[in-house]
Write a protein that binds this ligand. Structure first.
Ligand code: PAF
Length: 280
């Protein structure tokens, strides 16, 4: 695996790779601190594409002041080994100044979609995501880009971005990977104390409770959401931010849960914000 840190090096390396292979190029954008969820994206890209590029960049634009940008886990050496083992050909790991040049004034606004659910709790977050992902698409020019379904709101925003700005990229949403106890994998799980980790299980427990009710025939969103909220409220040490049943593209609430409805949850456990979801 080749490691490049500048945009010029990335373009040159990809130019060479494309000259040697006529197949598709897959991109796995990440902020590092890799877990099995990220590696599932890289492995899927390896199976589906002839050239696999990954990016590792903790994007300052998607963190608001006071969020966890400074303490976000950084482990380039370990991530490098993991990406190589997953079959990545090229790792683009730029420094902040390379990706966000001082004085930049152009950004990609995710619009109203970017202010729903996670966007309501994290103003400006999806503007930062949309901007950096647009830049990555321009630099790497992938045919396919792989993202985790855990960030379902991010997927909705990026699908809109690809469509609105005519990027010739197919977005591939890969299934959530969970620990055996049900907790969805996240780089932020590293922040949780042992007690907080137990409290955090209420997120997946709320979702499975709703899935059980749904399987038993309850399709009224309000009833399902009430059942899920009751699970979280019964658990000390966790503060629910939202639990909604929404259309997966518009992210607007639905009255009836039908196949394809996105049921998404966000909660705070101590200082850590966690998200999870399922698609009905
Ligand atoms: O999902 C992430 O890790 C980030 O939001 C992404 C897509 C790499 C953009 O910084």
């Amino acid at each position: 695996m080749q490691l490049v840190t500048t945009i010029a090096e990335a373009r040159a390396a990809l130019h060479t790779a494309r000259a040697q292979s006529s197949g598709s190029l897959g991109l796995v954008p990440t902020m590092g601190a890799l877990h099995a969820g990220h590696l599932s994206l890289a492995r899927r890209a390896r199976v589906e594409c002839s050239i696999v590029a990954a990016s590792l960049f903790v994007n300052p634009l998607q963190f608001a002041p006071g969020e966890d940008f400074d303490r976000y886990p950084r482990q380039l050496d370990a991530d490098r080994t993991l990406f190589a083992e997953a079959g990545v050909d090229l790792l683009f790991a730029p420094a902040a100044a390379e990706m966000t040049p001082p004085g930049a004034t152009t950004f990609v606004d995710a619009g109203e979609l970017g202010s729903r659910l996670d966007g309501a709790a994290r103003p400006g977050h999806f503007r930062g995501v949309a901007t950096v992902v647009s830049k990555l698409f321009h630099i790497i020019q992938p045919g396919r880009a792989y993202f985790g379904q855990k960030d379902a709101v991010q997927i909705a925003v990026l699908r809109r971005l690809v469509s609105d700005l005519n990027f010739p990229v197919e977005l591939v949403a890969c299934p959530i990977v969970r620990d055996p106890d049900g907790l969805a994998l996240s780089s932020r799980n590293a922040y949780l104390s042992a007690a907080e980790r137990t409290h955090a299980l209420a997120l997946s427990r709320a979702l499975t409770t709703m899935q059980t009710r749904l399987a038993a025939g309850e399709t009224r969103a309000a009833a399902l959401v009430a059942a899920g909220r009751a699970v979280v409220h019964a658990q000390p040490g966790i503060a629910l931010e939202y639990l909604e049943a929404v259309d997966p593209a518009s992210l607007l609430p639905v009255e009836t849960v039908t196949p394809g409805t996105l049921v998404a949850i966000a909660a705070r456990v101590g200082h850590t914000r966690l998200i999870d979801n399922f698609v009905a």
